[in-house]
Design a protein around this ligand. Structure first.
Ligand SMILES: *Cc1c(COP(=O)(O)O)cnc(C)c1O
Length: 459
């Protein structure tokens, strides 16, 4: 007899089939697969039949799967989109079945227990203070906003201003400092928390996109509290700001140092990259993604705040029906109230890979990036960045030729990567962010790019 759960078994089976065949398929959907998306459309059904659930999952797997980008495979180098390690996929499937609301321990004992363990493991792994608060949110944009809101409120409380009660109108002006190559979404986060996208002091960056600490302005903290945003991992070059000198400057002004480390923060888990992250642990707050380099599923961001109580000051909510404090209450430390238990996947990956495995995840991507840069450099490309991390930034001949090359790579379809603007012209950005990409895969990818370049040159 068919059971209600047959549809779940079917979906699990199709999910496994998808994961098992992604590399045979390649990173780009075929034109036919894209055209077939029309089959998902149609009028809103009035009263679908008893077999609608099974038919729906079959349709989704048959039409939806082939129209995905193969970001979970070994040949996708676009943006900085991570893949999914198998244990994360498995944990995500179980977590979905449990459908826990991680807002409060009373709503989910397992989410609460795994929040505490994952928090401790993360701060140990990344080298932060033992009492650092950790909040799981939807991504680095929201993690940045979460940290910046906590910073705003903590800084203004020191000036006798309660932002949560009174808002920002009439408050002492927070002096916000960012680097010229801060990620575009950092400004979005600043705007979201009322600090303004453009009401910022921009410090020049060097040729790798690193904030130049010597050019930090001579701000007077009496004019308003100082909030400085640095970056671990520039999105084109992978470069790290000089955290030590920046932290010294912030401390002199009794300010708050925030670091956006959406992908770059994971370098702190690799002892070989200690030089890059020196001084990072002095930040008051830091933001990263799980869904990029840690290779858990979307959507997963993590906020770290090294000033105890700051997250709670900003995000606690009161309601008559809420029980008294009972361990870590996620809804009182994050912008969300109800929330997915994102820590479960993070815990599963850390438990499976361990310290050494996370370091190897970082190292493999970095070695792959070096392999790509070496091969392209030998083939006459201009490698525009020092390849210190997982990002490779190249130009072939000039901006317009690089645009033609990118179109040819995307048409070829064996790998996928995208463009960026660097020094006023188009460049090609290759990000190695998948656990699946080995150095051999990277060498094959570079060979594809070189072949495409030859075709563009001949045309
Ligand atoms: C990706 C990225 C972000 C935004 O992260 P989301 O997870 O997309 O919100 C912010 N900063 C940097 C440096 C990034 O690479």
């Amino acid at each position: 007899m068919p059971s209600d759960l047959d549809v779940v078994r079917l979906a699990a089976d199709r999910a496994v089939q998808y994961a098992a065949t992604i590399d045979a398929r390649g990173p780009t959907p075929t034109p036919a697969a894209l055209a077939a998306l029309a089959e998902l459309d149609g009028p809103l059904p009035d009263r679908p039949g008893a077999d609608a659930a099974v038919a729906t999952i079959e349709l989704l797997a048959r039409i939806g799967g082939p129209a995905t980008m193969g970001t979970t495979g070994a040949s996708y180098f676009g943006f900085v989109n991570g893949a999914t390690v198998p244990v994360a996929l498995g944990a995500a499937m179980l977590t979905a079945a449990w459908d826990q609301n991680a807002a409060l321990p009373v709503m989910s004992p397992v989410a609460a227990a795994l929040h505490d363990v994952t928090r401790r493991w993360l701060v140990e792994l990344l080298g932060f203070g033992a009492d650092t608060d950790v909040a799981f949110v939807t991504g680095a944009t929201v993690a940045n906003a979460t940290c910046l809101a906590a910073a705003r409120d903590a800084l203004l409380v020191e000036h006798g201003w309660d932002v949560q009660a009174d808002g920002l109108f009439g408050a002492p002006p927070v002096q916000v400092v960012i680097g010229a190559k801060a990620h575009s979404t950092l400004r979005k986060s600043l705007g979201l928390v009322g600090l303004g996208r453009d009401r910022v002091i921009v410090v020049p960056a060097d040729d790798q996109g690193r904030l130049i600490a010597d050019q930090l302005p001579d701000l007077d903290p009496a004019a308003g509290p100082v909030l400085c945003c640095a970056q671990a991992g520039e999105v084109n070059t992978g470069a790290f700001d000089p955290f030590g000198p920046i932290a010294d400057w912030v401390v002199e002004r009794r300010g708050w140092l925030h670091v956006d480390g959406a992908f770059g923060l994971w370098a702190a888990a690799d002892p070989m990259r200690a030089g890059l992250v020196r001084g990072l642990d002095r930040a008051d707050s830091l933001a990263t993604d799980g869904h990029k380099w840690l290779n858990v599923t979307y959507d997963s961001g993590i906020a770290f705040v090294q000033r105890p109580g700051a997250l709670r000051r900003t995000f606690s909510a009161v309601a008559g029906y809420l029980p008294p404090d009972d361990g870590f209450e996620a809804m009182h430390h994050t912008p969300q109230s109800s929330q997915r238990a994102r820590q479960i996947e993070v815990w599963a990956v850390l438990r499976t890979l361990g310290r050494a495995g996370v370091a190897e995840l970082v190292q493999q991507a970095c070695e792959s990036a070096v392999a790509i840069a070496d091969r392209l450099g030998e083939s006459g490309f201009d490698v525009l960045n020092d390849v210190v991390l997982n990002q490779v930034l190249v130009r072939f001949v000039d901006g317009p030729t690089t645009e033609r090359l990118l179109a040819e790579v995307q048409r070829d379809g064996r790998i996928w990567c995208g463009s960026t603007q660097w020094d006023g012209a188009t460049a090609m950005r290759i990000s190695v962010s998948s656990w699946k990409t080995t150095v051999a895969d990277a060498q094959r990818a570079a060979a594809v790019i070189v072949e495409c370049a030859a075709r563009v040159s001949d045309a």
